[in-house]
Design a protein around this ligand. Structure first.
Ligand code: GN1
Ligand code: MG
Length: 365
């Protein structure tokens, strides 16, 4: 069946009976597939929905994942009934998904909004920082034991290094010989990159409920004034560290270039963007943070960047099984861009730490 027809069938499965106009593929996310499906209401107005095909290679228990999202959005709705949260449509037997073979479909309302892959407007960055900080604080009283790990050991950097070493040994796609320099760099920074994981395992950093995938394009902004409306992509909401959310957000938003830019020499942390995000995030979280969390927050940016580089490189070595790729070298380009960013972060760590301390002091005044 062609995709147009398949998406119609899925929509009907979620009890959307309007006249079908067709679909558009949304370029969003490196793991799941997202489509905007368009309908005509009886009054002649258009109405759209989003359908996602969840990647079950990445998410092995998609039913558990949907239960996680339900619990988390319920928790936020109970606290803030007026806040926009994700709503999933139901099948006649009250399921929020349709599983057929390897496909796992879900459907939400389409929220007219703007998103950003790179941002220079510091107010937008600050607002994203507030949104992610607030998201974490909204879940501060949520029992993390209620959540299954949708991807086990997702931000366990030691495990990510083990995966990389296994991928090197397998050399499934015959690419290992050509990436010795990248492997060499990543192994040379392994101990520093594993700092958060080690501190967590020693009980020196508190486990919280975190988003874990805080790319700025996972915030939808108001089309008019560009204020943050809603945090989306809740697939990886799981127990995690505050630094995972802060670090991943900076890795993405504060890079001078997009994460897969082939002009590696241009990659680096824009400290103005760093400061704006830190101001927003810490204005919400500083009061709840431990000293160790504050002390390791700037380092978390390096950690998340190096960790993602190990993931991109492992996937490149495996022959691109996990991340969607636009060319055979896409995962290698991503790896190199993350490595260039990580190196710049190592250099700028003292400046980043100072900004964090300043923002924490300001937030506590
Ligand atoms: C994936 O699917 P998306 O684009 O939201 C990945 C993140 C990576 C990111 C890199 C579940 O996120 O961990 O940081 O790509 N998500 C998963 O762009 O693996
Ligand atoms: Mg995601």
């Amino acid at each position: 069946m062609d995709l147009r027809q398949k998406l119609l069938e899925v929509s009907r499965g979620f009890r959307i009976d309007y006249e079908y106009l067709g679909y558009e593929t949304i370029q969003m996310g490196n793991v799941n597939h997202t489509y905007k499906v368009n309908f005509l209401l009886p009054d002649g107005n258009p109405k759209s929905f989003l359908i996602q095909n969840v990647n079950t290679y990445a998410f092995r228990n998609p039913v558990g994942l949907m239960e996680n999202i339900d619990k988390v959005t319920e928790h936020i709705r109970a606290k803030k009934p007026d806040q926009l949260t994700l709503h999933f449509h139901h099948t006649p037997d009250r399921k929020t998904y349709i599983a057929d073979g390897d496909n796992f479909w879900r459907m939400t309302n389409y929220v007219p909004s703007v998103t950003f892959n790179s941002v220079s407007d510091l107010n937008v960055v600050r607002s994203a920082g507030e949104a992610f900080g607030e998201f974490q604080m909204d879940l501060a009283d949520f029992d993390s034991g209620e959540l299954m790990e949708t991807i086990p050991a997702f931000h366990n950097t030691r495990k990510r290094y083990e995966n990389l070493l296994e991928a090197i040994a397998r050399d499934r796609a015959g690419r290992a010989a050509s990436v010795q320099e990248e492997i060499g760099y990543l192994l040379s920074v392994q101990e520093l990159a594993c700092t958060l994981t080690d501190l967590q395992e020693r009980g020196e950093l508190p486990l919280r409920v975190t988003h874990n995938d805080t790319k700025i394009n996972n915030v939808l902004f108001h089309p008019g004034d560009c204020s943050a409306m809603i945090v989306i992509d809740l697939d990886t909401v799981m127990p995690g560290l505050m630094g995972h959310d802060f670090g991943d957000a900076i890795r993405f938003a504060a890079n001078y270039v997009e994460e897969d830019c082939p002009e590696y020499e241009k990659a680096g942390v824009n400290l103005e963007v760093f400061r704006a995000f830190a101001e927003g995030f810490l204005s919400k979280t500083a009061a709840a943070m431990t000293k160790k969390e504050v002390d390791t927050l700037a380092l978390s940016c390096f950690v998340l960047t190096a960790e993602l580089a190990t993931r991109f490189l492992a996937d490149y070595l495996d022959g691109d099984l996990y991340f969607k790729v636009k060319s055979p070298e896409h995962n290698l380009i991503r790896t190199r861009c993350q490595i260039a960013l990580a190196k710049d972060m190592q250099k700028k760590l003292p400046q980043m730490e100072k900004i964090v301390f300043d923002c924490v002091s300001a937030a506590k005044k």
